[in-house]
Design a binder for this molecule. Structure first.
Ligand code: AMP
Ligand code: MG
Length: 414
């Protein structure tokens, strides 16, 4: 177990650092068509086989001109030798005083020094006249070969989870498919005798099972293959059985519930009997208990049962582990300062991930207000929020006007 200044409580950052040190990322790869690759994790660097753009081309509709070799006395009237459209190449070399009508994206003819915008020209009997000689700066309105990507450059590194722009970029270098890490296999178990599936009648003492509905989409957005087992009974044999089956095929098992110290909390005992487990009390709120371990080669994370705790713990602590396991290089977390509008109740001792609604105020300052009740069962507090208000472990009550850090919800929560 790792150190911590609060007896018995592990600071969140320390826990994450330790967990990441225990993860061995997947190495099995697949070839994936580019059209299906968005959201997948690159298994190897992509090196560009070409320059982008491949040739100097025009950024404007206008005239490609050769204004002579004396920058002090440029030629302002040109003889038009032809027209070149996007996709075409003008055969020939321009000499001083010659021009070619050119469209955006067309390759700049040899000899042309710049492109003059159509708006700065007049077609007269003698040829094409440039109305503003000061507009004749060499290189103007020419997009240079290789200005976006140079041949041989690493366009995207291994470990990158591909975004829509990345996929466009890969298309622009002519790549039809990429080597990606195979999808992660996740097994999600929710435990509890009180849980009933939505759609069924709610008997006295029961509640509807909601954790699988808030957690599963996150794994699916990660591109994982999810095996789900809901409402596993609170009994040691039932949980042991479910875990044993899950460990047979999954890279990682996540459970919700059953890791507290209640009389019906068997998840911990079950994992200990099949493999190894650390039970941690994280210095975070919501979501104090967190179990981490292994059953054979399969990683295990036991999330708390309370719906807000499960979701926040998965997002803040579980996701870095899962993303690293899936081969991804984690991007830095982004937190921005904001002024609090209302009073935030808090006691020193645990980092608090309160749910808030942040907006940019007219004066350019970010402001944030609480979504209200912050109990670990108040799932509407997450549903209504667009950010976490991250309050440091040692911090106490926050008064209106104080500055806090907010972490806007990312693509996993929105
Ligand atoms: P536990 O950690 O199992 O003691 O659960 C803590 C609280 O979360 C209890 O009130 C449970 O009823 C509730 N809970 C546990 N699992 C779920 C679930 N899958 N969906 C909704 N509530 C749950
Ligand atoms: Mg339970």
């Amino acid at each position: 177990m790792i150190g911590c200044d609060q007896p018995g409580l592990t600071p969140v950052e320390d826990a994450i650092r330790y967990l990441l040190s225990q993860v061995v990322p997947l190495t099995e790869t697949q070839v994936c068509e580019l059209g299906q690759a968005c959201g997948r994790v690159l298994a190897s660097d992509v090196v560009s086989p070409m320059n982008v753009p491949p040739a100097d081309n025009s950024a404007m509709d206008g005239y490609a001109v050769h204004p002579g070799n004396d920058p002090e006395r440029p030629i302002g009237l040109f003889r038009q030798r032809g027209t070149v459209l996007a996709g075409e190449v003008f055969e020939g070399v321009l000499s001083a005083g010659e021009c070619v009508r050119i469209m955006t994206g067309a390759v700049v003819p040899d000899g042309a020094r710049l492109v003059v915008m159509q708006e700065n020209t007049d077609v007269v009997d003698a040829g094409v006249k440039v109305t503003d000689l000061a507009a004749l700066k060499p290189g103007d309105n020419i997009r240079r070969a290789g200005e976006d990507i140079q041949k041989g450059a690493v366009v995207l590194p291994a470990g990158r989870r591909l975004t829509p722009a990345d996929c466009g970029l890969l298309a622009s270098i002519g790549v039809p498919d990429v080597e990606v890490v195979r999808p992660l296999r996740v097994s999600l178990l929710t435990t509890g005798d009180e849980l009933i599936a939505p759609g069924e009648a709610l008997a006295p003492g029961k509640i509807y099972e909601s954790n699988s509905f808030s957690l599963r989409p996150i794994f699916e957005r990660l591109g994982a293959e999810v095996q789900l087992l809901t409402a596993v009974s609170d009994s040691l044999p039932a949980i042991t059985d479910a875990l044993k089956n899950a460990a047979d095929h999954a890279d990682i098992i996540l459970t919700s519930g059953g890791v507290s110290v209640g009389e019906a909390d068997f998840t911990r005992e079950a994992v200990e009997s099949l493999g190894q487990l650390d039970l941690w009390k994280l210095a975070m709120k919501p979501g104090k208990p967190l179990a981490f371990g292994r059953i054979g080669e399969t990683l295990f994370i036991g999330l708390p049962g309370n719906p807000v705790s499960a979701l926040v713990t998965l997002h803040q602590v579980g996701l870095p582990v899962i993303r690293t396991l899936s081969g991804e290089t984690l991007p830095p977390r982004i937190r921005i300062p904001a002024i609090v509008v209302d009073t935030l109740r808090k006691r020193p001792g645990r980092a608090d991930y309160q749910r808030g609604i942040a907006e940019l105020h007219a004066d350019g300052q970010w402001q944030v207000r609480s979504t209200g009740q912050q109990g670990s069962g108040i799932l509407s507090s997450v549903s209504r929020a667009n950010c976490f208000i991250v309050l440091e472990q040692d911090r106490g009550r926050v008064n209106p006007g104080e500055t806090v850090l907010v972490e806007m919800f990312d693509q996993w929560l929105l």
